[in-house]
Design a protein around this ligand. Structure first.
Ligand SMILES: NC(=O)c1ccc[n+]([C@@H]2O[C@H](COP(=O)([O-])OP(=O)(O)OC[C@H]3O[C@@H](n4cnc5c(N)ncnc54)[C@H](O)[C@@H]3O)[C@@H](O)[C@H]2O)c1
Ligand SMILES: Nc1ncnc2c1ncn2[C@@H]1O[C@H](COP(=O)(O)OP(=O)(O)OP(=O)(O)O)[C@@H](O)[C@H]1O
Length: 521
């Protein structure tokens, strides 16, 4: 009989194995459910037309699924092109800047240096020794020019300090970032020296402008901030930038702080990276996240002072700020290059694939969760257009390795050294016993799609902030951003990371077993 044909073991097992693999999709669910409901009705159970109707619906569902997959793949491709375009634009801008700086550099250098050295005799000795190497083909140089009509009369034009990054491999210094090179000479596959050992930043000209970012509503932070500004101005003659809120607080305390600079609008914030040589944060990890979020492109080196309860990214002790800053301003500085994720929300309602919202950059993670809804999230995940899985649970965390000790860790993800390039894929309370977290390599593009049959919308949040609703059909596409966050190390990136998990998490703390007991003979 026809209903038996539908309920035949063959048919049931096919739909079951699809469901187990997470392949049941938004379109195929509706017709099956509808048909089952119809079949449950005794009056219609034997109607052959219904069977035909259900098959027709299945065909339509299949076609719709193909359309959805095609659209998703086009979206991912468009995002990838957009990313490549942004990379190319950044690269061209860098080349343009470098060329411009090289020309101006020679002419201006003597002038500016003479000025600066008069103010900072000790700092410049070393930098002057390095100046000839500036713009050399080895290492990465940085010079940006500020023409802002700054209030200070002697600073009509402040040259952003240039620096060079070098990678230390096997205790030796290497000017160039060594990429992993696979050799296959005579049929033997070997890899060259691994890249990205300790990274060292050496100033080629003196840092002149410091941005200080502070955790709000903290008296101890306010006091330290004022003290640090006085010291940086009086002892180092540096230009200081703070947030508008902090400038107001400082001026309420004393008119002495009139020289402290700030910005008036978001446009000026976007240009901060061209003015600031160094960022100092006073707070906890949240203040480092805040600092990173202010830079939508390149980020100046950040020196994070610890004034919170937990500090995974804040290795510097505020009590010793003078010694720390002396040594940072002099250089060289150990650097942890922390990767960020570039996230695009792509709306189903968008008229074309290029109509995307402003991309978001995260240093820790982007979380897609169920928000206040009591339903399971249902998220289809793809990696470079290959189906990964369907997340049914409270949500999913896509985390950087720096964020691996934050929310991802609490959701069962592994802790990963921040210098490892990769994207952690960590489910939140998955309703499945076998959903272990994954780590993807740095070059992939991940896409998380809310299927059309989802019972509720999902919510994306970026480093725990800026929640955005994802309606059925909307997707979040994310990949590693081209602008990492360079944070200064107290010792080096490995030592700082291990110290943070030992001190912050008491990782693997256990009383040592005593010698006094049974022994293997
Ligand atoms: N269940 C959880 O563990 C949980 C839940 C929500 C958010 N978070 C984390 O909080 C972060 C936002 O931090 P915030 O300070 O603005 O909010 P917050 O003030 O709520 O602090 C969250 C805590 O996470 C810690 N933290 C932040 N980044 C970290 C990192 N990279 N490694 C280890 N610990 C880290 C902070 O020190 C702080 O103790 C989010 O990015 C997310 O990772 C964690
Ligand atoms: N300059 C800032 N402006 C606005 N918000 C900020 C700023 N700096 C930090 N925050 C926010 O304040 C919150 C607390 O900051 P932070 O984590 O640095 O301090 P904390 O909570 O005392 O540290 P810990 O979590 O280690 O105890 C975070 O949510 C962060 O995003």
């Amino acid at each position: 009989m026809a209903p038996n044909k539908l309920n035949s073991p063959g048919n049931t097992s096919t739909s079951c194995s699809q469901a187990e693999n997470g392949f049941v999709n938004s379109f195929s669910l509706f017709p099956e459910k509808a048909v089952q409901e119809l079949l449950q009705s005794p009056a219609l159970g034997t109607d052959d037309h219904l069977i035909e109707f259900s098959e027709a619906l299945r065909t339509v569902a299949k076609a719709l699924r193909r359309v959805a997959e095609g659209k998703a793949s086009a979206q991912a491709e468009a995002t990838e092109w957009k990313r490549k375009y942004e990379l190319e634009r950044t690269r061209n801008m860098k080349i343009e800047h470098a060329e411009k700086s090289c020309l101006e550099h020679q002419a201006d250098l003597d002038d500016v240096r003479a000025n600066n050295c008069a103010r900072q005799p000790t700092l410049c000795k070393e930098a002057n020794g390095q100046s000839e190497k500036c713009c050399s083909s080895n290492g990465i140089c940085s010079h940006e020019v500020l023409r802002d009509g700054a209030p200070d009369s002697d600073s009509k034009m402040i040259k952003k300090a240039s620096f060079k990054l070098s990678w230390f491999c096997k205790g030796e210094q290497s000017d160039q970032h060594k990429h992993d090179i696979v050799s296959f000479e005579r049929g033997n596959i070997t890899t060259a020296e691994r890249s990205s050992k300790q990274i060292s930043l050496k100033w080629e000209s003196c840092p002149q402008t410091v941005l200080i970012l502070t955790k709000p509503n903290s008296v101890s932070v306010q006091i330290l901030c004022a003290e640090m500004i006085r010291w940086l101005r009086q002892q180092k003659n540096l230009h200081i930038y703070v947030e508008p809120r902090v400038r107001e607080e400082l001026l309420t305390e004393s008119s002495y702080f009139n020289f402290v600079e700030t910005w008036n609008n978001d446009k000026e914030v976007l240009m901060l990276h061209t003015k600031v040589d160094l960022v100092v944060t006073l707070g906890g990890d949240g203040t480092v996240l805040w600092a990173a979020s202010m830079f939508k492109g390149p980020v100046p080196p950040i020196v994070p002072f610890s004034l919170g309860s937990l500090g995974f990214m804040t290795p510097f002790y505020s009590e010793h700020y003078k010694e720390c800053l002396e040594s940072i301003l002099k250089g060289p500085i150990g650097i942890t290059l922390r990767h960020r994720l570039l996230c695009h929300v792509i709306r189903e309602a968008a008229k074309n694939d290029y109509e995307t919202e402003e991309p978001m950059l995260v240093l820790n993670e982007v979380t897609i969760d169920r928000g206040i809804s009591s339903f399971l999230t249902n998220l289809e995940c793809y990696c470079d257009n290959s189906f990964v899985t369907c997340v049914q649970g409270d949500g999913l965390i896509l985390s950087t390795t720096s964020g691996s000790t934050a929310y991802s860790l609490a959701a069962g993800g592994s802790m990963v050294h921040p210098q490892v390039p990769g994207i952690l894929f960590t489910p939140i309370c998955p309703h499945s016993l076998s959903f272990r977290p994954l780590i993807f390599p740095e070059h992939v593009t991940l896409r998380v799609q809310v299927p059309f049959n989802s019972r509720s919308p999902a919510w994306a949040s970026f480093d725990g902030k800026d929640r955005k609703q994802l309606a059925p059909g909307d997707a979040l596409v994310c990949s590693i951003a081209p602008w990492p966050v360079p944070t200064a190390c107290l010792v080096d990136s490995t030592n700082d990371f291990l110290r943070s998990i030992h001190e912050g998490l008491h990782w693997n703390l256990r009383k040592t077993q005593s010698f006094d007991g049974p022994r293997e003979t």
